[in-house]
Design a protein around this ligand. Structure first.
Ligand SMILES: Cc1ncc(COP(=O)(O)O)c(C=O)c1O
Length: 465
């Protein structure tokens, strides 16, 4: 472990400025180090410094980095053909679809391939709309989502995200669909059980449907765990069961956005399995191909699929790279690796190991909460536990943490939740711990000791005792 003298802000590596080779990248975000190669759970920079990928990049690189099996699968497909005209039958896609349905929940057996998470959510919106039109419910078009959620960066998905920062810039051109508050332990009245509170929170959805008019609402979309200030809060199963009941009652489709939580991140193939709740549509990306090649998809229930077939409906949709053969080959091999290396089971087991550090981490004056599942954990960081407030922006807390962590051999996906966003009042910022699913026990020990040490050094630097 490095000492405080060795890890100091004075030793912070020079940021790569938007100059020279970096100057032609629009809106370039200066970074501290340039990546040379990666392997397993590690990155190596151009000076051969080694870092643990604490967050699997943006909770996405769930497979081992630089895995020879992935490289071979992509290379073999490239040897045959790398792309395909949509008028020809795509064998890699057919093979992948068959393999995928072996691991998806029982009623979700057909997939529409796309190139990433935002496209998956956009596509899911259109599937929901098309389903209702196909069934004669032509007034149903609104999609209800949660405040503070994140579903992507395109216009339709930013509109879902219920985030004031986006609304400020793009509000005029975003859809104006309703948002509801998500499940929150923070707001649970004292004395009420999580189960009862879960049911009450779910009923926010019923109120929104009522006030919007059930005849206009097509779907509700949400991530299985919390988002924004509630990131990785796992609601009780009663919450999701009540949501399902409400959706059924009002003929509203339930869309689970499993872009982050899918493919073992939470210790099961898909997070909704924890709640025993079937959804109508599921969006996937990230872990789907481990991002070796861009890939996303929308997985659609038999009921929706059968209605499409019965009504001879044609989905007016498709992207040049939908079902790209290299992506299909990569995603097929990803499923084999998840199975062969027992990565889903490993995620559940190593998650328990991370959880065992909870008391140690909560003893820090800046760690107000620790929550999560599988290999998706969040520390809620605050300046002061009593007030629950986070550091004001002028204190540069994220940059300081980032610098200390990197000198300690840890790379986080940006720091404290992407670029600085205003925390909610009396709430901290989430610090994610979500390593690749191949991480082993001794690597967790090294990573968690370094996380603990980085937080201590950061607290000293920030003047928090
Ligand atoms: C829940 C969720 N949905 C959708 C997206 C968008 O995915 P992509 O960045 O691949 O477009 C993300 C990205 O982080 C996400 O977290």
């Amino acid at each position: 472990m490095k000492s405080q003298e060795e890890i100091s802000l004075k030793n912070r590596p020079e940021s790569l400025k938007p100059e020279g080779d970096w100057s032609n990248i629009f809106s370039y975000h200066p970074m501290d180090v340039e990546l040379k190669r990666s392997e397993g759970i590690h990155y190596f920079d151009v000076n051969d410094n080694k870092y643990i990928d604490v967050t699997s990049g943006p909770f996405a690189f769930s497979l081992p980095h630089n895995d020879p099996r992935m490289k071979k699968a992509i290379a073999d497909q490239m040897e045959a053909f790398s792309h395909i005209t949509p008028t020809m039958a795509n064998r890699p896609l057919a093979n992948y679809s068959a393999k995928l349905q072996e691991v998806t929940p029982p009623k979700l057996n057909t997939v529409y391939p796309v190139s990433g998470g935002s496209e998956a959510v956009e596509t899911a919106i259109k599937v929901a709309r098309e389903h209702h039109v196909t069934n004669g419910n032509t007034d149903k078009y609104k999609i209800i989502s949660n405040y503070q959620s994140y579903h992507g960066m395109t216009l339709a998905t930013q509109g879902l995200s219920g985030n004031p920062a986006y609304a400020k810039k793009y509000g005029a051109i975003l859809n104006k669909w309703p948002h509801i508050h998500q499940y929150s332990d923070h707001e649970k009245p004292e004395g009420m059980s999580r189960e009862d509170w879960g049911i009450k929170c779910a009923q926010e959805l019923e109120k929104a449907i009522y006030f919007e008019g059930a005849n206009s609402v097509a779907a509700y979309i949400a991530t299985p765990h919390g988002c924004g200030s509630e990131y990785a809060v796992v609601p009780p199963k009663e919450y999701w069961q009540e949501v399902r009941r409400i959706c059924d009652h009002y003929n509203v489709l339930l869309i689970a956005d499993e872009v982050v939580t899918g493919f073992g991140r939470t210790g099961k193939w898909f997070a909704m399995e924890h709640f025993g709740v079937d959804v109508d549509i599921m969006t996937i990306a990230k872990g789907m191909s481990g991002c070796y090649v861009p890939m996303g998809g929308v997985v659609i229930s038999d009921e929706i699929n059968e209605a499409f077939i019965k009504n001879k409906a044609v989905f007016a949709h498709g992207f040049t790279n939908s079902g790209n053969p290299l992506a299909c080959a990569a995603a097929s091999m990803a499923i084999d690796i998840y199975k062969d290396d027992k990565l889903i089971e490993n995620s559940a087991a190593m998650g328990k190991k991370i959880e065992s550090y909870k008391d140690m981490l909560l003893s820090h004056p800046t760690v107000k909460d620790m929550r999560g599942w599988g290999l998706m954990w969040v520390l809620e960081m605050v300046e002061n536990k009593d007030s629950g407030e986070y550091f004001s922006i002028d204190k540069g807390a994220e940059g300081t943490f980032h610098s200390i962590a990197m000198q300690n051999g840890l790379v986080f996906y940006s720091t404290m939740y992407g670029r600085r966003r205003e925390p909610l009042f009396k709430r901290g910022l989430p610090l994610m711990i979500s390593p690749p699913l191949c991480i082993n026990e001794s690597q967790i020990e090294e990573m968690m000791d370094k996380v603990d040490n980085s937080i201590s050094l950061w607290e000293a630097e920030m003047g928090v005792a």
